[in-house]
Structures are given as structure tokens and as C-alpha cells.
Design a protein. Structure first.
Length: 542
């Protein structure tokens, strides 16, 4: 048993050796977490009406703003590069990282206290289209989440950042899985007694476990936490990088809040349609884009620190093409299979046909953004690796301006339904990424843009042909062969359609010589290599 536990720890706390293997581990764990996340949404849609779900999802808006400012803004842009810079000197590492962590915690306390005082006015301001009783419940649940969930998630994500800076990707990815499992369990077990409060209670317990599970990371790194805040060089660099990034996140979150405000005027369930469609669109973005983005930052930072700029430029083009190779077909499949996907992921007992149709249409417009949205997480890390967070900030200002203006015109002037907000988002994120790539090309000089465009065009051709054939086959299966009034047959429809679509896409890509098809071979080789590593750990005699 001791040998088994020791070898299990070797796997869980194993450091990854490259961007690809790290992204692979992250992708697998994100898929696992997302599966439980969507199971959570399906259970919620089975227990609660769309009006109740509006309340539940809206209650997270204010806590999410603070979380995004402190974690997405402060942590992801600067924490890992600074941690890596001071890793060779333990004293400097302890002083710099402890000062950064304590500063984040101080801001967290200040934010929570300030928001709690004015929360009722803030919620009324951002949800003017909701009825007073609905607003009162959102205020109540928001207060609970601010106190009971937010601190644990913020500190837990700090630990995640420490783990990822040390390339410990497997262990840090287990915490979100537990978080989702607890919410699911609380919803099922406590619903009869607490109604909508049940998943809120699950969220609080899950966030606490999210922190506790990752606490052993502190014993696996050279970092030793100190209760101190010193004006160190690392803290100065942190401020220099974090201020533009925080403003980027603030503007982004204001943009997301405007979406909530506009949906409050579009009728009951509109925010639920928007929220669920956006989160389903985030499935491929998370599994592919966020995984590559998180995995790439430590390695990109090392390349810049060691001045390996030719390798840096090659990694940029290769990674963007690999991301496109996976996400362009994902975009198309989400559009052609939108209704079965919505029924499969969210088709709970109280999620009626109107909700399914509206969410499916919204998903199809969100899906247009999947390729560029996935690249966004990687391309911003290319700037962060050079300690440049200002450029992404300026690009995001333009993008968010586009999104806000389009959203206001679509909803207030043209009176379009909630799916119009998805068009605004897809347009703005595409503008953002194109602008960032142009600026990155200017910054590092001589990126192989011609090769990027040529290979991307081939992928689009393969996607269009494969999509047309797969759509026809799915329409033939739907109704004629499979009775899709039953959920199990919807599952078979999606799986069969996806399998046919992917085989067609890979075959056509091979025919027209898409170079990135060998990415699949590399993926399989890495998976086989990791499986062999696990097998060797458990079978080798000591």
C-alpha cells in the first residue's frame, strides 16, 4: 500500500516537460471538469425553472467581477512570470511572492466590504428589467457567495498559480472537478429542504474544498509563504504588469454586466439562454484554448528570458495553427448540431422547447467565435511572457467598444432577441485577436503570416466539405432511424454525427495536405507516452 501511494503521488505531482504535454494534461482534466460542470447545469435545469435560473446565474455576476479582477487580472498575467524569475533565489522568491499574495488578499477584503455595503443598489442598477422580488433574491444569494465562496476560490486559485508556475498541471486540475461534484450532490440532496439555496450551499462547500485540496502544493515547491508585504522589485514589476491587465478585466466585466442588464429587458429566461449558450461555447475554448494558454506561459517566459526568439516565433505560428486545426471544425459542429447539443446538455425536466430553441440559436452565433476565442488565451500569453500587459489592454478597449455598441444597437434600437448579443460577442473577440496578432507581428517581427493564412484556408475548405456531408447524414438519422424524443437517442445522434464528421474532416485534411493533421499523431504519441510512464511507475520494482 505504501508503494502504491508513493507511486500515485509521483503521477499526481509530476512536472510536465513541454507545452504540448502540459496542454494535454490540462485538456484532459478540463474535459473532466467540464463534463461535471455541464452535468451540474443539466441537473439545475431539471430542478428549477428558467425564472429561478435567471436568479441563480445573476447572483454570481458581482462575485465573478471581483474574482476576475483579482485572479484573471492580477494572477494570470504576471504571477507566473515573476515566480519563474525569482525561482532560483529562495529568499527573493519567498519575499516577492508572499508580498504579491498578501496584497491580493488585502484587495479581496476591501472589495468584499465595499460591495456588501452597496450591494442592493448595485444589483438594482445592473438588473433594472427584473421584478423587485427577483432583485431581492439576487441580492440575498450574492451576499452569501461574496462571503462564503469568493475568498476560498481566490486563495485556491493562487495555489493553482503556484502549481502551474512549477509545471504541476495534473494536481491543480483536480480541484475544479471536486468543486462541481459537490454542487451536484448538494442540489440533489438538499433541494427538497432548501430549494434554490441548495446549489448555493454546494457552491460554498465546493469552494472550500477547492482550496483545501490544493494546500499540499505548498509542500511540493521551494516557496515558503510569509505574512509580509514588502516593496520589492517583484512587487513593482507586478504593479507595472497588473494595472493594465486589471483595467482590461474591469472593462471586460463591465461589458459582461451590460449583457446581463440588456437581457433583463428581453423577458424571463433570456439571461439563462445567454448564460448557458455562452458556457457551452466555452467547452471547446476551455479544453483547447485555455489549456494551451495556461500551459504555454511558463515555457514562453523561459524562451523570452533566454532570448530564444526564433524558437519563440515558430511556437507562435505552430500553436495558432494547431489551435485552428482543432477549433475551426469545433465551430462548425456546434452550429450544425446546436439543437441536439442543447437538449443533451441542458434538457432537464423544466427546460421547455422554447428554452431549447432560443438557447440553440444563441449557441450557433456564439460558436462563430470559437477559433479566435481559443487563440485569444494563447496570444495574450505571448505578450505576458515579454512582461507586456498594456498591449492586450488597448486591444481589449477597442474590442469591448465594438461589443457594447453592437449590443446596444441590436437590443435597444433594432429590438432583436438575445441571440443578437452572441453576434456582438463573436464580432468583438474576432476583432480583438486579429488586432493582437498584428501588434505581435510588429513586436517580434517576421512571423510567417503567409504560411498561417494558407494552412488556415485549407482547414476551412476541409471543414465546409465535412460539415455539409455530416449534416446530411445527421438529418437522415434524426427521426428516420433514431427516435430523438428520448435523451439516450439524442446522445447517440451527437456521438455518431461527431464521429462521422471528425473522420471526414481528417480524411479531407489529409487529401488536401493540411500539415497540422500530424498534430493528431503527436497527440496520440504523447498520450501513449504518458500512459507508458504511468504503467512503468506502478510496475517497476523498487
Amino acid at each position: 500500500m505504501h508503494r502504491f501511494l508513493d507511486r500515485t503521488k509521483k503521477i499526481i505531482f509530476a512536472q510536465q516537460g513541454g507545452i504540448f504535454s502540459s496542454a494535454l494534461i490540462l485538456a484532459v482534466m478540463i474535459v473532466t471538469s467540464r463534463i461535471f460542470g455541464f452535468l451540474r447545469y443539466r441537473i439545475l435545469s431539471g430542478y428549477y425553472t428558467k425564472a429561478e435560473l435567471d436568479i441563480f446565474f445573476a447572483s454570481f455576476r458581482i462575485p465573478d467581477i471581483i474574482f476576475e479582477i483579482l485572479i484573471t487580472g492580477a494572477l494570470t498575467s504576471s504571477f507566473i512570470p515573476i515566480f519563474i524569475r525569482f525561482q532560483k533565489n529562495k529568499k527573493e522568491l519567498d519575499e516577492n511572492i508572499s508580498s504579491i499574495i498578501n496584497l491580493i488578499i488585502v484587495f479581496l477584503i476591501v472589495f468584499i466590504l465595499f460591495i456588501l455595503i452597496f450591494l442592493d443598489k448595485i444589483i438594482y442598477f445592473i438588473t433594472p428589467g427584473f421584478q423587485p422580488d427577483k432583485i431581492a433574491l439576487i441580492v440575498f444569494y450574492s451576499r452569501i457567495l461574496l462571503i462564503g465562496q469568493l475568498p476560498f476560490l481566490v486563495i485556491g486559485n493562487i495555489l493553482t498559480g503556484i502549481g502551474q508556475a512549477n509545471k504541476l498541471f495534473f494536481y491543480t486540475s483536480t480541484a475544479p472537478v471536486v468543486y462541481n461534484l459537490v454542487i451536484i450532490a448538494a442540489t440533489i440532496l438538499l433541494n427538497n429542504q432548501f430549494q434554490l439555496l441548495a446549489p448555493v450551499i454546494g457552491t460554498i462547500i465546493g469552494s472550500w474544498l477547492f482550496l483545501v485540496i490544493q494546500a499540499p502544493l505548498l509542500l511540493r515547491t521551494d516557496f515558503f509563504y510569509r505574512f509580509t508585504i514588502k516593496i520589492t522589485s517583484g512587487l513593482k514589476d507586478f504593479f507595472r504588469m497588473v494595472v493594465p491587465r486589471v483595467f482590461t478585466v474591469i472593462v471586460t466585466q463591465l461589458d459582461a454586466t451590460i449583457d446581463l442588464t440588456l437581457t433583463s429587458f428581453l423577458g424571463t429566461g433570456s439571461y439563462t439562454y445567454f448564460y448557458l449558450a455562452q458556457h457551452l461555447q466555452l467547452l471547446p475554448v476551455s479544453v483547447i484554448g485555455i489549456a494551451f494558454g495556461q500551459a504555454s506561459l511558463p515555457y514562453l517566459t523561459e524562451m523570452v528570458e533566454e532570448k530564444r526568439m526564433e524558437e519563440f516565433k515558430k511556437v507562435i505560428i505552430d500553436t495558432i495553427l494547431n489551435l485552428f486545426f482543432m477549433t475551426i471544425p469545433a465551430m462548425s459542429f456546434f452550429i450544425l448540431a446546436r439543437t441536439p447539443l442543447i437538449r443533451l446538455f441542458f434538457g432537464g425536466q423544466k427546460f421547455d422547447w422554447e428554452s431549447t430553441v432560443q438557447t440553440a440559436i444563441t449557441l450557433s452565433f456564439f460558436s462563430l467565435s470559437i477559433p479566435f476565442h481559443s487563440v485569444y488565451y494563447f496570444i495574450t500569453r505571448c505578450f505576458y511572457a515579454t512582461l507586456d500587459s498594456k498591449t492586450p489592454f488597448y486591444a481589449s478597449l477597442i474590442s469591448i467598444f465594438v461589443n457594447t455598441v453592437l449590443s446596444l444597437i441590436f437590443v435597444l434600437v433594432l429590438k432583436l432577441p438575445v441571440w443578437a448579443l452572441a453576434i456582438s460577442f463573436s464580432t468583438s473577440i474576432s476583432v480583438n485577436v486579429i488586432l493582437l496578432f498584428m501588434l505581435l507581428n510588429k513586436k517580434v517581427k517576421n512571423l510567417d503570416v503567409k504560411y498561417l493564412l494558407l494552412e488556415s484556408a485549407k482547414m476551412l475548405v476541409a471543414t465546409v466539405i465535412a460539415s455539409s456531408l455530416a449534416y446530411g447524414l445527421m438529418k437522415l438519422l434524426d427521426g428516420l432511424i433514431l427516435d430523438t424524443t428520448r435523451t439516450i437517442n439524442v446522445f447517440f445522434l451527437v456521438i455518431i454525427g461527431l464521429a462521422i464528421y471528425l473522420l471526414l474532416y481528417l480524411f479531407i485534411s489529409w487529401i488536401i495536405d493540411v500539415k497540422e493533421i500530424y498534430f493528431i499523431t503527436k497527440l496520440l504519441m504523447k498520450a501513449k507516452e504518458y500512459r507508458k510512464k504511468v504503467f512503468d511507475i506502478y510496475t517497476t520494482n523498487e
